[in-house]
Design a binder for this molecule. Structure first.
Ligand SMILES: NC(=O)c1ccc[n+]([C@@H]2O[C@H](COP(=O)([O-])OP(=O)(O)OC[C@H]3O[C@@H](n4cnc5c(N)ncnc54)[C@H](O)[C@@H]3O)[C@@H](O)[C@H]2O)c1
Length: 365
């Protein structure tokens, strides 16, 4: 049987890992199970040509183990290209813990997860992602040195989210320069979907610049708090994707640009922090281009966090972190212009730069 003659669900049964639609020549996929703590985790190592596979751990109440596997495969692949396009000597990896971070996360579970990370001898280095806090990484640090994103008083670079937000802000400004001829966001309406660690900080930058900020979240309490603090308007419409705004900033979860939403966008720029914003990178990247919607590739503009944690490994300080993150503006503008000149999607343009860097390194060996 070949991939062509099997439908997705049948393929999953026939080849549960290598046959996953999101499997993209990943080097290693590790399933971690511990009965005592209830840990069920999957570590995905996509590529280590440029360096150790670094990427955060996400704790999420997945509907099924298939969803968790699919997520870790997609996310770890994204990390490979994020580090490559950003010029870091890191490979791509990610981990998912299946469960509710609010009710099922315990220090014992995090330590056990850390032991699994340690068993990979540094091939995978973890950090925080959705459902994780700096304090959780401190707990993991008790059992392995292969963790970043630990707190500043423990020698880490601290919470990466504000740096991620700053990079997204830089990428958004570059997209504005490309689309509107000016990077100035004053008066532009921006809908930030998801006002968590990154989203809130992005709202802060945008409000200070005089953008008209709309916010959307499933957490009503946060909506009220962020609205009050920054003067942002809570989006009340029925269709967040069809909102009449200049810029849509997805900062919650991925795949919000999909077959169902793509024809509804009125925004002329999509620039946000969420990983894997395009449900289908190729197809939706091309459709956005045809529609004249400028998409600032997620893995390019949300690299501030990885720049921040990379500092822990390379030993550089805040100044260099901010300089590297600010440079996301230049890289984004370059890639948007390059995509335009070559008639390809912005996603493809960014991917090509990343893939070339990996191929060059491989050839040097
Ligand atoms: N934290 C980082 O440094 C970093 C780095 C790179 C990428 N990212 C990505 O950015 C996104 C946000 O990360 P974060 O650290 O702010 O996460 P977070 O968990 O702090 O915030 C996510 C927010 O999205 C909200 N949300 C969830 N589902 C939603 C929905 N359907 N509609 C509206 N809101 C919804 C949640 O209530 C929460 O407020 C994630 O996709 C993450 O992978 C984060």
């Amino acid at each position: 049987m070949t991939v062509d003659v099997l439908k997705a669900n049948e393929l999953k049964k026939a080849a549960p890992v290598f046959g996953q639609l999101s499997f993209d020549d990943h080097e290693q996929v590790v399933f971690c199970n511990d009965k005592d703590t209830g840990l069920k985790a999957i570590i995905g190592i996509h590529n280590t040509v440029l360096g150790p596979a670094l990427g955060g751990t996400r704790m999420w109440n997945y509907n099924s183990e298939w969803d968790a596997l699919n997520d870790v495969l997609r996310l770890s692949r994204g990390m490979t290209f994020k580090s490559a396009v950003t010029g870091l000597n890191l490979g791509g990896g990610k981990a998912v813990i299946i469960g509710d971070a609010k009710t099922q996360k315990t220090p014992e579970l995090m330590r056990k997860f850390g032991e699994f990370v340690h068993s990979l001898s540094g091939k995978y280095i973890t950090a925080e992602d959705v459902g994780m806090e700096t304090a959780d990484m401190d707990t993991v640090r008790e059992v392995t040195p292969y963790v970043t994103g630990i707190s500043e008083d423990k020698g880490g670079a601290g919470n990466p989210s504000p740096i991620t937000a700053y990079g997204v802000y830089m990428g958004m400004k570059a997209a504005a320069k490309f689309k509107y001829g000016s990077e100035n966001l004053e008066g532009k309406s921006v809908l930030v979907q998801g006002i968590g660690h990154v989203g809130e900080s992005l709202v802060d930058h945008l409000s200070k610049e005089g953008a008209k900020v709309l916010i959307s979240d499933i957490n009503e309490e946060r909506l009220q708090q962020v609205s009050k603090q920054y003067g942002a308007v809570i989006f009340e419409g029925a269709d967040v994707y069809g909102a009449n705004v200049d810029i849509y900033a997805p900062c919650a979860l991925g795949a919000t640009v999909n077959d169902d939403t793509i024809d509804r966008f009125k925004a002329s720029i999509i620039a946000g922090a969420a990983n894997n914003q395009l449900a289908d990178d190729t197809k939706h990247g091309i459709i956005l281009r045809e529609k004249g919607i400028v998409y600032a590739p997620d893995f390019l503009i949300n690299a501030g966090g990885i720049i921040n944690v990379y500092a822990e490994l390379e030993g550089y300080g805040k100044k260099e972190i901010m300089e590297k993150t600010e440079n996301i503006y230049n890289t984004t503008l370059e890639i948007l212009n390059n995509a335009d000149a070559n008639g390809i999607s912005t996603h493809e343009a960014a991917l090509k730069v990343a893939q070339q860097r990996i191929a060059d390194r491989k050839n040097q060996r």
